[in-house]
Design a protein around this ligand. Structure first.
Ligand code: PEP
Ligand code: MG
Length: 595
């Protein structure tokens, strides 16, 4: 059976059929009074679902920030008046039970989606379907087979996997996932990829053809599920599974090697983290330090603002764990899509509002607490301070004045810290790019936040799905901005890091190196081995030629196609999803030296 491969790898094992069918909803006729009560019952189910979603989101952050962001879609749909109000209207108009009324609302929506020919929006249809199933479960008070009861290795097969399901899953025992619902962008893929579980979504008719206990193969590379495979099939997929395992293992063998081009140019590969819990896994992927600690999750997960002591304990833990390796701690980057729960400010345009350093400067005590905590932790290792959302040198000067105040308070209290602590600025606004020379004069290093830089340069909201196709990392404006920032940093003799998602994308590695001075790349830890492999396989001169060619090009699409073609022909094993791992063996003697 064919579906969409959303998380790489091959799983072979016993199927575990979970809650395989959708609910069969029966219409009950009510009287007027009963219908009123039914509206209340429906509202309660919505509130319960909202609570579940926010609880799940908190826990999801521990798995991956990206995964938690996906869950926002569900919360937004729950807040959507149409879904809730239409259902309430249906309950009143038809005087029926909430389950039936909600199903009617869903069906009307799904009909609208059927006329849309867009993969991304089709993914949203699955999100909506999934959310309605969750609300129905809450209405019915349904308790499904408990996933936590699974005590042996299985492959989960189901119509749709809810976010709640994914968090309840005993991860040691779940070897693969296959679902009927879900598209390319569904949360299942991000969840599975974060945990390294092979997964396929969008397989029509899956659950009617599989029984619990059947032997199945989930090929997360080719996007196929094979039920009760023949001996030959089994042999073929075992080989594919083994080849993929060898490939992954080989990637990991480079973890102790430095990321250096064939002509001897080193790049330090660091990790982006959101929680102290992630530190333990950094060594496994060969990250040489922490290039970006997003501290806002300490605030978002807490019920009250963490004080200096709590922050210090947290930072100290990470710094000690990292030994003498660098830990770049970013001061609070709150605002836009990361709002504090007690924030009542009602900004029309939060992306252009009180966010990042603006927020910290508006609440200086908050910044003092953070800076004192960072300073105190600096005694235990190699700590640097990073200010987010800088748009002028003035903001750095003001923040540094607060830093001086924090230092003098510590001196007064005879608390030791590293007097020579380095300070850096995130370069993520067009203003910072244009006045980069002013900014460089105030800091020891810069770190380019491509996520926001792309958003602000291209005037494309990074969280708005309607303009997702315009969010183009390979846009010439982005590439020119990067080149000019790197050139200015080189002239000023200051170090440059890239800590946005673009730095995690192996497809972009060669181009980024070719654009100019690049000392560090900070990324999702699991991307480190592949990015390192690419760096160790190329010459800086080749990367420069590639970048020069790209800088001549006008259209983002053409640039992307050009880069894709270049990278796929240079690294077929790493970028060609369908051809790899089939018949050929991945270990050939010729390429041993490159890793
Ligand atoms: C960025 O903007 O690229 C960045 C790294 O910061 P964040 O994603 O946390 O805004
Ligand atoms: Mg940013």
């Amino acid at each position: 059976m064919k579906g969409i491969a959303v998380s790489k790898g091959v799983a072979i094992g016993k199927a575990y059929l979970l809650d395989s069918t959708k609910f069969c909803i029966i219409k009950h006729q009510l009287n007027e009074l009963e219908a009123e009560k039914e509206v209340e019952r429906f509202r309660e189910a919505i509130e319960k679902t909202k609570l579940q979603m926010s609880e799940i989101k908190k826990r999801a952050k521990v798995i991956a920030d990206k995964y938690a962001v996906i869950l926002d879609t569900y919360s937004l749909l729950l807040d959507d008046d149409i879904l809730v109000n239409d259902t309430i209207d249906n309950i009143k108009k038809f005087q029926t039970n909430a389950e039936w009324a909600l199903t009617q609302t869903l069906n009307n929506f799904l009909k609208l989606f059927d006329n849309i020919n867009d993969d991304y929006l089709k993914g949203k249809k699955d999100d909506l379907d999934l959310l309605v199933q969750t609300i129905l479960k809450n209405l019915i008070g349904h308790s499904q087979e408990s996933l936590s009861d699974i005590k042996e290795s299985v492959i989960i097969v189901t119509h749709a996997l809810t976010p709640a399901d994914t968090l309840m899953m005993p991860r040691n025992f779940v070897k693969g996932l296959a679902t009927e619902a879900g598209g390319k962008t569904s949360h299942v893929g991000i969840f599975a990829a974060a945990l390294g579980i092979p997964a396929i979504t969008g397989i029509k008719g899956l659950t009617s053809d599989i029984n619990s206990g059947d032997q199945i193969i989930v090929d997360g590379i080719g996007g196929e599920v094979i039920i009760n495979p023949s001996k030959e099939n089994l042999h073929h997929y075992r080989k594919k599974q083994e080849n993929y395992r060898i490939y992954e293992e080989r990637l990991l063998t480079n973890i102790h090697q430095s990321a250096e081009t064939l002509d001897g140019h080193p790049v330090q590969l660091l990790a982006n983290i959101e929680s102290s819990k992630e530190v333990a896994s950094l060594q496994k992927f060969g990250a040489e330090g922490v290039g970006l600690y997003r501290t806002e999750y300490l605030y978002l997960a807490a019920n009250s603002l963490p004080g200096e002591r709590e922050l210090y304990e947290n930072f100290k833990l990470i710094v000690q764990e990292m030994n003498s390796r660098v830990v770049v701690i970013r001061t609070l980057d709150i605002g836009m899509d990361k709002q504090l729960s007690d924030n009542n400010s009602d900004e029309d345009n939060p992306a252009l509002g009180l966010r990042g350093i603006r927020y910290s400067l508006a609440y200086p005590q908050l910044l003092i607490d953070q800076l004192k905590a960072i300073l105190r932790a600096s005694l235990y290792g190699n700590v640097k301070i990073l200010y987010p959302m800088i748009s002028s040198a003035t903001e750095i000067i003001q923040a540094n004045q607060i830093l001086e105040k924090a230092k003098s308070e510590l001196r007064r209290d005879q608390i030791p810290f590293n007097e020579k602590i380095e300070v850096g600025a995130m370069i993520e606004t067009p203003a910072a790019v244009i006045c980069i020379d002013h900014i460089l004069a105030e800091v020891d290093f810069i770190s380019i936040g491509t996520n926001d830089l792309i958003q602000y340069l291209l005037a494309v909201d990074r969280t708005n799905e309607n303009v997702a196709h315009l969010y183009q990392p390979f846009h010439p404006s982005v590439l020119r901005a990067l080149k000019s920032v790197m050139q200015s940093a080189e002239n000023a003799g200051k170090s440059v890091s890239i800590c946005g998602e673009l730095g995690s994308d192996p497809m972009a590695t060669m181009l980024l190196l070719g654009l100019g001075k690049l000392d560090d790349l900070s990324m999702e830890p699991h991307s480190v081995p592949k990015v390192k492999k690419i760096i160790r396989t190329i010459r800086l001169e080749e990367a420069k030629t590639l970048a020069d060619n790209v800088l001549e090009m006008k259209c983002p699409d053409k640039i992307e196609a050009f880069i894709t073609h270049e990278m796929m022909s240079r690294f077929p094993e790493d970028f060609d999803r369908d051809l790899s791992f089939e018949e050929k063996s991945v270990s050939s003697e010729n390429d041993q030296h490159v890793i």
